[in-house]
Design a protein around this ligand. Structure first.
Ligand code: OFO
Length: 169
């Protein structure tokens, strides 16, 4: 495997680890504010991001290199509102998508079709995750945050994983 691709894969491991860590912090913040469904949603996604990280680490090892768990730095801890949490989710997911697309572009440049093929799962996953984050943000506009609005938004966020199933093929 080319060094250029290996380097990007190691960076992707860090991206996925950071995503997992920040999902945990966002979930924990939501849990302390009473947004129980949002907390559940975010804890679930934290677990998924950890799995994404492990999948790349094991691919790197299969390819003969050695993957290690990265140090995680500069992740958010405090949020002003539930909306800010989901704006953050969308921004993070867009950054992850961008870095996955960089890996894919490099695979084409280096004619590494095995890694190109491996990365297609991530391309699809990112489409799904961006869709989820955008839908969550739409709920704030559709329902409104006044009165019982935030309670309703939290409730709807709890249904999002079911809603997105099968939407991205
Ligand atoms: Fe790893 O799927 Fe999003 O970030």
């Amino acid at each position: 495997m080319k060094d250029s691709i290996l380097e990007l894969l190691h960076e992707q491991v860090t991206m996925e680890a950071s995503a997992s860590a920040e999902y945990i912090n966002m979930a924990s913040w939501c849990e302390t504010k009473g947004y129980k469904n949002a907390a559940e949603f975010l804890y679930t996604h934290a677990k998924e991001e950890r799995e994404h990280m492990l999948k790349i680490m094991r691919y790197i090892n299969d390819m003969g290199d050695h993957a290690v768990h990265p140090d995680i730095q500069n992740i958010g801890e405090e949020y002003k509102s539930l909306r800010e949490v989901f704006e953050n989710v969308l921004e993070n997911e867009e950054n992850v998508t961008e870095s996955i697309h960089e890996v894919v572009s490099m695979c084409l440049e280096e004619a590494d079709y095995a890694t190109f093929n491996f990365m297609q799962w991530y391309v699809k996953e990112q489409r799904e995750e961006e869709l989820l984050a955008k839908r969550a943000l739409e709920l704030f506009d559709l329902i409104g945050e006044d009165g019982v609005g935030l309670y309703m938004i939290d409730k709807e966020i709890g249904k999002l994983d079911k809603w997105v199933e099968g939407k991205v093929e």
